[in-house]
Design a protein around this ligand. Structure first.
Ligand code: KG4
Ligand code: ZN
Length: 353
């Protein structure tokens, strides 16, 4: 063991694999200590299609896998033979992309003769915050917002008890960012580009609709499809009239509509469950306005907010290793070696069987 390794040597060393979408992530974690977070992204290969192409993502995972494992081990200053357990995203995600990670992780587990945990991607997004802010409190609420999911979850125990409270009935929040960015001609992925454009704009310029916020609507579900259409219609109308489209104002007003609903519903979820901590994760958690508004509104409501740093919010292998490490620490049973990659793995299934 090299001198660069931190964390107590009594804690297990876990290697985590993530390939559910377009990021090949390999992380190394010891206990709650992050030792390496190597990510190879195929995002540029998808840009000209305006969205992730599953076949292209799978091939990119295959090519990036071994070099990314090597990079992670080097970064952590450990050898493959030091690893105590393997964790891998089993689902949800793109079927072909998941299969590459699951097959690779099983091979390493078999060769090293170590236990393997096929884990839920959403649970990993929650657990990663332990690497930054310490153990999760019992019974927090998690708001997970990314290109593939928008969920509110109650989390009594991230290793075995996650209760879905609400989800999107159409588009995911990140998907709405990506689609609106496309209509505005900003590029892909759209979230960071809208975030940047919005800094120069007026968030109150245009009153875009807040989906599912009526008195009869499901209070903890989301809908972003109507908002996306409303933005597209607003731009079309301007263009038809030969008027200039104020990109920064549209970006800021759209972003405000999304984060207003996300924060309002997240606080409602905390109040309904009695949780005093809100954890925000997923790619959209990197949004600067969401972070500010969540902090402001939660502080007024007496709720503590935890958001990992942006690199840990987007997909990565460290989050999978973080959950693997917690599963080992709590003595949870590993997966059988023949567990499947499950593109629609429900969040209540934290470990694939
Ligand atoms: O978690 P993630 O890396 O992958 C999925 O599981 O989907 O999230 C990617 C999503 C994309 O839709 C991207 O546009 C969005 O997260 N995103 C953002 C920001 N950074 C990434 N959305 C809003 N603001 C950002 N700063
Ligand atoms: Zn994700």
């Amino acid at each position: 063991m090299t001198a660069t390794v931190s964390g107590s040597k009594n804690e297990p060393l876990v290697l985590g694999f993530e390939t559910s979408c377009d990021e090949t992530g390999v992380g190394v974690v010891r206990g709650h200590t992050l030792l390496a977070d190597a990510v190879a992204s195929s995002v540029d290969e998808h840009a000209r299609f305006g969205g992730v192409v599953p076949e292209v993502a799978s091939r990119a995972h295959l090519e990036a896998m071994v070099p990314t494992v090597r990079r992670a081990l080097d970064e952590a200053g450990v050898k493959l033979s030091d690893i105590d357990a393997i964790a891998v995203t089993a689902g949800p995600g793109l079927a072909g992309a998941l299969l590459v990670g699951v097959a690779a992780a099983k091979s390493y587990a078999l060769v090293l003769d170590k236990p393997i945990y096929g884990v839920n991607h959403l649970a990993a997004h929650i657990c990663v915050d332990q690497l930054e802010h310490g153990p999760l409190p019992e019974g927090c609420v998690a708001l997970l917002v990314s290109g593939g999911h928008s969920s509110l979850l109650f989390v009594p125990d991230v290793t075995q008890d996650i209760v879905p409270l609400g989800t999107t009935i159409d588009d995911a929040a990140g998907e709405a960012f990506d689609k609106v960015a496309r209509v505005l001609g900003l590029g892909f992925p759209g979230g960071p580009l809208i975030d940047k454009a919005a800094r120069e704009g007026d968030a109150a310029a245009i009153g875009f609709p807040r989906g599912l916020t009526g008195p009869r609507d499901a209070p903890l579900d989301f809908s972003f499809s109507g908002l996306k259409t409303s933005v597209a219609r607003w731009i079309e109308k301007r263009e038809r009239a030969g008027e200039h489209v104020p990109v920064a104002d549209v970006a800021a007003s759209f972003q405000e509509a999304v984060v207003d609903v996300l924060t309002r519903k997240a606080i409602r979820a905390c109040q309904d469950t009695g949780a005093d901590t809100l954890l925000i994760g997923g790619g959209v958690a990197a949004n600067s306005r969401l972070r500010v508004l969540a902090e402001e509104r939660c502080s007024a409501a007496g709720i503590r907010v935890r958001v990992p740093r942006p690199k840990l919010c987007t997909d990565n292998g460290a989050m999978v290793a973080a959950l693997g490490s917690e599963l080992v620490a709590r003595g949870r049973t590993p997966s059988a070696l023949d567990f499947p990659a499950d593109s629609s793995q429900p969040v209540v299934e934290v470990v694939a069987r």
